[in-house]
Design a protein around this ligand. Structure first.
Ligand SMILES: NC(=O)c1ccc[n+]([C@@H]2O[C@H](COP(=O)([O-])OP(=O)(O)OC[C@H]3O[C@@H](n4cnc5c(N)ncnc54)[C@H](OP(=O)(O)O)[C@@H]3O)[C@@H](O)[C@H]2O)c1
Length: 290
């Protein structure tokens, strides 16, 4: 298959690049930025005309959309840009997919939910985003669903990798240069190693089940707080920093983050027959690459 990947120089895109080697498909990795040593075709996902041109010239069979506006705090200020990238752009990709009868694989987030509950959140739970980022990501899902294209939307959370900026890399650094560190314990969820999500995407493509249109949750397995996560990152780093649990209210923010955002993964496991790694094993695998 010819597979178009957008936002290929981000966390997930980079993991797809690595897994694509030997995957038996032709990948077209695109982004608006370039990385030395990485072949990247320029594609701005806000530009429907160019999306159409690349889909036709490369005879694209499926699109994986990794491009997004992912800075949750900045999205509160930079509302128009977040809306353009997280709502309009998925709508563009969906239009191109519908016109050509191809499938769009799109990534969404736990931030479309309020996170006020205490039970794993199923795909059919009622969304109630509390941040502008969450609102734009929900609007992106709707734009895809209303376009009439074939789609697979994967909702994920707490993503990390050796690439870009993320919690694992930040804590790895902070515990090296500080003796003590406060981390919130009243936000609970499950991390996702971007390499695991990339593997799931390729598994879905290879399983021949791209026709199983729908919305699916995917994170790694387990339940923990950011505090627990930080303690494990520090321990695996071999650092001696003392990590203290604190409440979210000690870190005032414009964005109210979900307190409980564990996603229920029963549907993706049943539909695609995937085995989900435990978060601690995946964290160890990532830390060995840092
Ligand atoms: N990271 C998380 O914790 C998390 C959690 C839940 C869901 N998700 C979702 O997972 C997906 C992938 O996240 P990620 O962490 O891999 O994102 P990321 O690292 O921020 O990568 C996004 C990529 O998209 C590029 N991009 C920006 N504007 C673009 C445009 N107009 N056209 C094409 N590409 C553009 C970015 O380039 P620049 O860097 O130059 O802007 C970047 O290379 C996103 O949909 C995100 O919402 C992420």
């Amino acid at each position: 298959m010819n597979i178009l990947v957008t936002g290929a120089n981000g966390q997930l895109g980079n993991e797809l690049r690595l897994l694509s080697k030997g995957a038996g498909h032709h990948f077209i990795f695109t982004d608006v930025n370039s990385v030395p040593g990485q072949e990247t075709v320029y594609l701005d996902v806000t530009d429907l005309g160019t999306i159409r041109i690349i889909c036709d010239s490369e005879n694209v069979d499926a699109i994986i959309n990794c491009a997004a506006y992912t800075n949750v705090d900045m999205a509160e200020e930079d509302k128009d840009m977040a809306d353009l990238l997280n709502r309009k752009a998925p709508g563009n990709l969906a239009a191109a997919a519908r016109e050509r009868g191809i499938t769009l694989i799109h990534i969404s987030t736990d931030y479309i939910f309020s996170g006020d509950g205490f039970e794993p959140i199923r795909e059919d739970a009622v969304p109630s985003p509390r941040s502008h980022y969450g609102k734009t990501k929900l609007a992106g899902e709707k734009a895809i669903q209303e376009s009439g294209c074939d789609y697979i939307i994967l909702r994920t959370a707490w993503m990390y990798s050796p690439f870009g900026k993320n919690f694992v890399k930040t804590i790895h650094h902070l515990t090296e240069v500080n003796d003590t560190l406060k981390v919130v314990y009243d936000q609970v969820g499950t991390p996702t190693y971007a390499a695991d999500l990339a593997a799931v995407i390729l598994h879905i493509i290879d399983s021949g089940k791209l026709s199983q249109k729908g919305v699916y949750n995917y994170t790694d397995e387990g339940v923990l707080s950011w505090y627990d996560f930080a303690v494990e990152i520090c321990s695996l780093s071999g650092h001696r920093c003392a990590i203290r649990p604190c409440r979210s209210s000690e870190f005032p923010s414009k964005v109210r983050r979900p307190h409980y955002s564990v996603l229920d993964k029963t549907l993706i496991q049943k539909t695609f027959g995937i085995k989900i790694p435990y978060w601690r094993d995946s964290l160890k695998a990532c830390m060995e690459r840092l």
